[in-house]
Design a binder for this molecule. Structure first.
Ligand SMILES: Cc1ncc(C[n+]2csc(CCOP(=O)(O)OP(=O)(O)O)c2C)c(N)n1
Ligand SMILES: [Mg+2]
Length: 391
């Protein structure tokens, strides 16, 4: 029977473009938009299309490996009962790493809940991230957030946001504030395909459209919102076309191609920086793993659907490309993987050796500049009960 006519999605608006730099095979793909110049030699070697220098390409690769290693180790720790909860990004590393790398240091990042590796790229020490997962005394938010809800202010990485899309108006507000102050800052915020059904998505896009706020909306379209597939989430043919309604520029990007993501984000960042307003990037990818450590997708998803996406793995794709280009040999790659594994292992050891919880007294810190009489009294009571030390 098919879907009723009224629900059939319309044509993709002309302002939406498809972008892919490196094909799944690791070959440079032919440019579909004039803004991307790519060349494929008969041997399948990219010539001149990729503008990033080799060390930057290797840095992208390492960051993606780190993201994958985090997922594997953290999910293992969760199963062993050493951490309570974890949200991974397996298969979505290119969407996260490519966007992060394309932003400037002064830019603020407003994460959803899968972007742990972005916090690390912004300088959050691995062990500090793990302290948040453990909720122990090394947690910079002192156990006041859920586990796996890190924040890293020195790196301009705001708190993980579990209530869907709430970080979007924050990003627009911060971007506007920066413009009013004359700062060059551009805000970037991540969210999922499901979040584009939430009120705050529409509020934020509308506000960004009318105010021309310097903000980049990065949608990780991973095909699922827990158990709801993308096609039941929205009748829009694409997520990108939702931007058109709000007068915002949009690009549809191969989200498993880190170089395409990087280039598209650079363009969005430049547009915002030039005062041309916001961009919505639809990064088309796939949630290869479970929604979180609390989820088992076998209850609602035919696992055969995942197989083609495993072949489109963003790490494998960049590895092939780097190999073809002679940038990273098989040996170099093994060494890199080993160094990432060791760094994660070492950081887990460091984090687990911290006292298990913040002091009760820390409850009163960061609230008032000076404790009020009520707090002083309560602190005194706690001390009287011997409840002031961690552990
Ligand atoms: C406002 C709100 N409604 C519902 C939820 C419960 N919830 C958590 S994650 C999720 C699915 C989100 O899917 P999507 O936005 O596609 O992001 P993904 O998890 O796929 O990265 C839902 C419904 C929530 N956290 N916040
Ligand atoms: Mg999703």
């Amino acid at each position: 029977m098919g879907r009723p006519k009224a629900l059939r999605a319309g044509a993709v608006p002309r302002r939406v473009t498809d972008v892919r730099v490196v094909a799944a095979t690791g070959l440079a793909a032919r440019a579909r938009t004039p803004s991307l110049t790519q060349v494929i030699s008969p041997e399948g070697i990219a010539q001149g299309a990729v503008t990033l220098p080799a060390p930057a390409l290797v840095a992208l690769f390492r960051a993606m490996l780190l993201g994958r290693e985090l997922d594997e180790r953290m999910m293992g720790l969760q199963r062993q009962g050493r951490i309570g909860f974890y949200v991974g990004a397996t298969g979505e590393e290119a969407a996260i790493v490519g966007t992060t790398a394309a932003m400037e240091e002064e830019d603020w990042l407003f994460p959803c809940y899968r972007e742990h590796v972005a916090a690390l790229m912004r300088g959050m020490p691995l062990a500090t991230l793990f302290c948040n997962m453990l909720g122990n005394s090394g947690d910079v938010v002192r156990g006041r957030q859920m586990p796996c809800h890190e924040t890293w202010r020195p790196g301009r990485f705001t708190s993980v946001s579990a209530p869907l899309a709430t970080q979007l108006p924050h990003a627009v507000g911060a971007a506007l504030a920066a413009r009013l102050r004359g700062d060059d800052m551009v805000a970037l915020t991540w969210f999922g395909d499901g979040a584009t059904s939430a009120t705050d998505f529409h509020v934020a896009l509308n506000f960004a459209g009318t105010s021309r706020a310097p903000v980049v909306f990065a949608c990780r379209n991973n095909g699922w919102a827990i158990s709801t597939p993308r096609e039941l989430q929205t009748a829009s043919e694409t997520i990108a076309q939702k931007a058109t309604a709000y007068g915002i520029h949009a690009e549809r990007v191969d989200g498993n191609d880190v170089l395409a993501v990087h280039e598209a984000t650079r363009r969005a960042r430049s547009r915002a920086g030039r005062g041309e307003g916001a961009t919505l990037l639809e990064l088309v990818t796939y949630r290869v793993g479970s929604h979180t450590s609390s989820d088992d997708p076998r209850a609602y998803r035919d696992e055969r659907l995942v197989e083609p996406w495993k072949k489109r793995d963003p790490i494998l794709r960049l590895a092939r490309f780097l190999r073809r280009e002679g940038i990273l040999s098989e040996n170099d790659e093994s060494e890199l993987r080993e160094s990432v594994r060791e760094a994660v292992q070492e950081a887990i050891r460091t984090a687990e050796s911290q006292p298990p919880r913040p002091t009760e007294e820390s409850l009163f810190e960061d609230v008032y500049a000076e404790p009020q009489w009520q707090q002083r009294e309560q602190i005194g009571e706690l001390r009287g009960q011997g409840l002031t030390t961690g552990g």
